[in-house]
Design a protein around this ligand. Structure first.
Ligand SMILES: Nc1ncnc2c1ncn2[C@@H]1O[C@H](COP(=O)(O)OP(=O)(O)O)[C@@H](O)[C@H]1O
Ligand SMILES: [Mg+2]
Length: 338
């Protein structure tokens, strides 16, 4: 089955590009984003991969703040280290309002330890991603996320629960945590905080003291944001996940596994780009031996990913760098997908 990239970018609001390191995710995300922007869509291109290469691919500086790359295209790189610092600062300043001076030291120690934990890193990243997706839905026609290698992406997608547990863990350090349980059950009668889908503002809150109410609202809003994000991610009308792989053993096996996990978590998989396919016209022994080897992998892709739409993209003679090269690659991808 083939995949029509043109209609994918016209129909969806969010395209997530995933796959192993080095297979061409950044290049292909940027190429898709640039060709959609060339057609007049307002596009946001975001990299959440800790190995930042969006700047290299675009051949210009991209950072934490959105930059205009070409008309209609805005790009952004999220740095996990910056995110975790900003995130923990936010948590600490929220907590300061509730904890006594004697508890602040303990809280700071706890947060310093949290900084090292993968859970906290991902929680911080997820919160930023969720906010970007939310505001992106208002400001752009299409968002393209160049995501981290597959395992990381899968964990990011499953974080609403992990995040809830982590927030609860932090709150145990708060002397008001005992009250908090009753505050939360007051806000959402008969439901745990994990399941809040409705509007907490509808619940009565007047009897709570101010601080408890603010804290509870912060938590409820965050959980609501995560649930909205998950709803967006699992909505096949708005969202599509696109895998990039090369015709090699490990990327094939990893892609097969990742597609299965994504489908199990209800994330719509639109297809796969098989990248760096060696051209047919090869006239020396070394490369034709490689080509034979690759043909076996291409057969493997056909059988293992048989229900997945695919686009094939040849290995290009040069690295693809700069907006012109990416734009040409985007056109080639779109052609190959028809
Ligand atoms: N089809 C291709 N032909 C030639 N070079 C490619 C192709 N796809 C990607 N590259 C090059 O391979 C390198 C790695 O690609 P990149 O997009 O950064 O991978 P990833 O983001 O998956 O780690 C880059 O230098 C890029 O220009
Ligand atoms: Mg990359």
């Amino acid at each position: 089955m083939s995949l029509n990239l043109h209609s994918l970018t016209e129909q969806k609001r969010l395209i997530l590009v995933g796959g192993k390191g080095g297979v061409g995710k950044t290049t292909i995300s940027a190429a898709i984003a640039i060709s959609a922007a060339n057609r007049g869509l307002r596009v946001l291109l975001v990299s959440t991969d800790p190995a930042h290469s969006l700047a290299d691919a675009l051949d210009r500086q991209v950072g934490d703040k959105p930059v205009h790359v070409v008309p209609n295209l805005t790009a952004l790189e999220i740095n996990p280290d910056t995110e975790i610092d900003a995130y923990l600062d936010r948590v600490l300043s929220q907590m300061r309002r509730y904890a006594g001076p004697d508890q602040i030291n303990e809280l700071q120690r706890h947060l310093r330890l949290s900084r090292q934990s993968p859970g906290a890193q991902e929680a911080a990243l997820l919160e930023r991603i969720a906010q970007i997706m939310k505001s992106g839905m208002e400001q752009f026609d299409l968002m393209v996320f160049d995501t981290a290698p597959t395992g990381h992406t899968l964990r990011l997608l499953s974080l609403p629960e992990v995040m809830a547990a982590w927030t609860d863990g932090l709150l145990k350090h708060n002397k008001r945590s005992r009250d908090l349980g009753s505050v939360l059950s007051h806000l959402t009668p008969g439901r745990s905080i994990d399941n809040i889908a409705g509007d907490p503002a509808k619940h009565e809150t007047e009897q709570l003291d101010d601080k408890s109410q603010k804290l509870a609202e912060t938590l409820v809003n965050r959980q609501r944001l995560f649930h909205q994000t998950r709803n967006l991610l699992s909505n096949p009308e708005k969202t599509a996940f696109l895998f990039v792989l090369t015709p090699e053993r490990l990327p094939i096996l990893e892609t097969e596994r990742a597609i299965k996990s994504l489908m199990d978590s209800d994330i719509p998989v639109a297809g796969a780009v098989v990248n760096r396919v060696l051209p047919e016209a090869i006239d020396n022994d070394f490369w034709s031996a490689r080509r034979d080897r690759q043909d076996k992998h291409l057969d493997e892709i056909k059988s293992r990913l048989k229900n997945i739409n695919k686009i094939y993209l040849e290995l290009q003679p040069y690295d693809i760098q700069g907006t012109n090269a990416l734009s040409a690659l985007g056109d080639l991808l779109t052609q190959n997908s028809n």
